[in-house]
Design a protein around this ligand. Structure first.
Ligand SMILES: [Zn+2]
Length: 270
């Protein structure tokens, strides 16, 4: 009987170890969280993990506040690094890719509730439209932020970066210099003209191009100063590559324990 109980306890412990790496040392560095959509995933969506329910998001923001995390925007991170300011060890940057309307309708009220800020990477050609770059067999196209919403968010303190014009896979346009330049330069120019705000940050659609010297060269030439990839992990200080910052994907199917482990350890599971 006791033997059986012992086996069950060991099995449970193994299962918990696999789910949460509680035994793993905390990873030092800045945690840049990566979100996409706040809301309820439509039925039949295959990339459901990119939808975080509003209640869950609220809980995550409450966690950051209660545990006294220093939440800054990517621009503030860049400014701090430039001034060689020592950042508190519990520094977090919240980022959103693509610029969905639900960032305004669902996330902004929660940011206001906890007095938090974030950085949103916009697909500039789709502002005020729908996410037409998305494969319709994966998900029906979603409404995107419009300029009025973006300006209101900017006024509140949300920072904006570029995610190209058309959510382009930069690896595919690397041999088309005109297109590459257009996606990178034009998106920055349109944003700066409309927002009167310096756009220093960039996020690579699909994480494509993060290791490509040519693509990074075009980004630097265009005046970007900091860029995010999609590799899972925290950003160690001093930063090795300002144009390929790791991020932590916050999945919709994870709970608050996952969230806490993710921020502390740079991962939630094996
Ligand atoms: Zn994207």
């Amino acid at each position: 009987m006791y033997y059986l109980l012992g086996v069950v306890v060991i099995l449970v412990l193994i299962a918990l170890s696999c789910r949460w790496n509680w035994w793993r040392k905390s990873e030092q560095g800045i945690a840049i969280l990566m979100y996409h959509k706040i809301g309820f995933a439509p039925r039949g969506v295959s990339l459901k993990k990119l939808w975080v329910e509003p209640k869950k998001f609220d809980k995550q923001m409450a966690y950051l506040t209660q545990h006294k995390y220093n939440v800054i925007t990517l621009k503030e991170l860049f400014d701090n690094l430039l001034d060689k300011k020592r950042l508190p060890s519990k520094t977090v940057v919240i980022t959103f890719d693509d610029g969905y309307k639900n960032n305004y309708t669902e996330a902004l009220p929660i940011f206001k509730k906890y007095n938090l800020k974030a950085t949103i990477f916009l697909n500039v050609a789709y502002i005020g439209g729908k996410s037409e770059w998305e494969d319709s067999s994966v998900e029906s196209s979603q409404p995107m932020l419009n300029w009025n919403e973006i300006l209101e968010m900017l006024e509140y303190g949300i920072d904006f970066g570029s995610h190209t014009l058309t959510h382009a896979n930069l690896e595919y346009c690397k041999d088309q210099p005109k297109r590459l330049n257009h996606e990178i330069n034009q998106s920055k120019k349109i944003l700066e003209d409309k927002l009167h705000w310096p756009v220093v940050s960039f996020a690579y659609p699909y994480g494509a191009g993060t290791n490509d010297k040519k693509i990074k060269g075009v980004l630097k030439e265009a005046g970007y100063r900091i860029a995010c990839g999609i590799k899972q992990g925290k950003v160690s200080i001093p930063v090795k590559d300002m144009f390929n910052l790791n991020r932590l994907l916050i999945r919709g199917d994870e709970n608050i324990v996952d969230f806490a482990f993710n921020i502390k350890k740079g991962r939630t599971r094996l």
